[in-house]
Design a protein around this ligand. Structure first.
Ligand code: ADP
Ligand code: MG
Length: 496
């Protein structure tokens, strides 16, 4: 009996496939996609190293050869049951191999619609669905003619095949567009494609969503819906601030899911997952881009299980193995168990840090599940965030009480935006009193304390019932409203 299941580039959340495959009694095999040397390759090599170190069993790893015939031969020799798409870098190779071996998957002829943003929107147009006006550009003259044809000033410049918002610019007017165009003309494509194709689009202003689906025999089933929180930086980059699961749909979201199903079909997806990014504005939903793979973000399976009762790769695998499973899944109403949040962190500039209060803050949040953050224990500084690859942390929040999870998420959003020194800083947690005569030895001591330790002590004080002498003297809190606010925030983190 065939028992090998190949996953092309099982990185990010697709890493969870490996364990799912084993749990079902099959043998996972990793196929590393061929990525030419460069920035994307360096990022991938780093991620592979981290992910592989977590594999505690013998696993076969094969490498995609630039010569497709060689790869096909290697894969055919393994006689796999399935060749699954892992991360974005696995879409093309896995689809092609599955086709050539007669295995379940999407048609390889569909690859342009599945990977090229210009073709995706053309497919929507042809299907009579709402699409985004766009044009592939190779010269500045092309850019100017797009501006003229559309009369638009708010424009997006991006790569035809991109990932993680790398090289995406939201610009206003000719000058900003020219700067972005010059920069990207020289830049390296994330997939190392020889021909670095660029796309201009009209900019949509709306709320951003994710709709994840799994299709079999041309029918999509809903696996999850998230709402995005993103931010445009002053220089026009897009950075992630967080994600919230949508558990009950309002009428706009119901319309979104229906549009997403039609989009998946218009893109010719018959058998496989789609991680679709959409926006909703006054005119309703519109596709930003479809990624024909599971959602990224490296969410731990245990976190997703707590939120949804499943973790996407398990459902995708079961559906790909058995279309009856998909039929049953389609019948079940969409009903997540708990609200889940992903909090992404950013830094608005390069900064040196000597202390990271973010550690005790997260560890004391009741909804904190797991995650990672840059911190002073690891490095003396953090870099300015310009895309998903340069974020400064990503943590997962879930709790039996949805209100608790939402409160923690809102608090983190507020602190990050208004009081970033609580998270990382090079200065004291509180501001000194204006009048230096109020600088008692006790106050001086607090001002010289390490932020991380101080935050830990303050939260512990409140958690233990505020017994004894307050850690921070009232005089320092009275010194200015900022200090009082910091104290109130720490008090609310402690659950008081
Ligand atoms: N036409 C657009 N209008 C408004 N925002 C956009 C548009 N295109 C992209 N964006 C924003 O930029 C982000 C990254 O663009 P996307 O096409 O998804 O690139 P990537 O493949 O790198 O994820 C989107 O998630 C969205 O926030
Ligand atoms: Mg995207």
């Amino acid at each position: 009996m065939k028992n090998k299941i190949i996953v092309a580039e099982p990185m990010s959340t697709a890493f969870n496939f490996l364990e799912d495959i084993r749990q079902r009694g099959y043998e996972p095999v990793i196929l590393e996609s061929y990525i030419p040397k460069g920035y994307a390759r360096r990022l991938m090599d780093e991620e592979r190293k981290i992910k592989y170190s977590r594999i505690k069993y013998q696993i076969t790893i094969i490498k995609e050869d630039p010569d497709y015939a060689v790869t096909l031969r290697k894969v055919r020799a393994l006689d796999p049951l399935l060749v699954l798409v892992g991360g974005e870098e696995g879409v093309i190779i896995a689809t092609r191999l599955a086709n050539d071996l007669g295995l379940t998957g999407n048609s390889f002829a569909n690859i342009p619609k599945m990977t090229q943003k210009s073709v995706m929107h053309q497919a929507l147009k042809e299907a009579g669905l709402r699409y985004i006006q766009g044009k592939e550009v190779s010269s500045w003259e092309d850019c100017l003619s797009f501006l003229e044809e559309t009369g638009k000033e708010d424009i997006v410049l991006k790569h035809v095949h991109g990932v993680a918002s790398v090289g995406v610019h939201l610009v206003h007017g000719k000058k900003e567009l020219l700067d972005a165009f010059r920069q990207e003309k020289e830049a390296e494509n994330m997939f190392g494609e020889a021909e670095n194709r660029l796309l201009l689009q009209e900019r949509i202003f709306g709320d951003e969503y994710i709709v994840n689906t799994i299709s079999r025999n041309g029918v999509p089933a809903l696996t999850s819906v998230f709402r995005y929180y993103k931010k445009r930086t002053d220089s026009g980059s897009i950075i992630y601030r967080g994600l919230e699961t949508v558990t009950k749909f309002d009428c706009r979201e119901t319309e979104l899911v229906e549009y997403a199903f039609r989009t998946v079909k218009a893109l010719g997806i018959t058998d496989g997952p789609v991680h679709g990014e959409y926006m909703i504005d006054e005119e309703g939903p519109v596709l930003i881009e479809a990624n024909c793979r599971v959602m990224g973000g490296s969410a731990p399976a245990g976190f997703l299980d707590k939120v949804f009762g499943y973790h996407e790769t398990d459902i995708v695998l079961d559906c790909m193995l058995n279309c009856d499973f998909h039929k049953d899944f389609l019948q079940k109403p969409y009903h997540p168990l708990r609200k889940g949040y992903v909090k992404d962190f950013y830094s608005d500039k390069d900064k040196t840090i000597s202390s990271s209060g973010i550690i005790p803050i997260l560890l004391n949040m009741r909804s904190f599940y797991s995650g990672w953050v840059e911190n002073a224990g690891k490095a003396a500084g953090i870099c300015k965030t310009v895309d998903l690859e340069t974020e400064t942390g990503c943590v997962y929040l879930v709790h039996d009480n949805d209100e608790t999870t939402k409160r923690d998420f809102d608090l983190l959003m507020l602190i990050e935006e208004k009081y970033p020194n609580l998270l990382h800083s090079n200065a004291s947690l509180f501001l000194p009193p204006d009048d230096s005569s109020e600088l008692t030895p006790q106050i001086a001591d607090i001002l010289n304390s390490d932020t991380e330790t101080l935050i830990y002590d303050i939260i512990s004080f409140y958690k233990n019932g505020s017994i004894g002498e307050p850690i921070v003297p009232e005089k320092l809190l009275e010194a200015n409203p900022y200090n009082r606010k910091i104290m109130d925030l720490l008090k609310s983190i402690s659950g008081e």
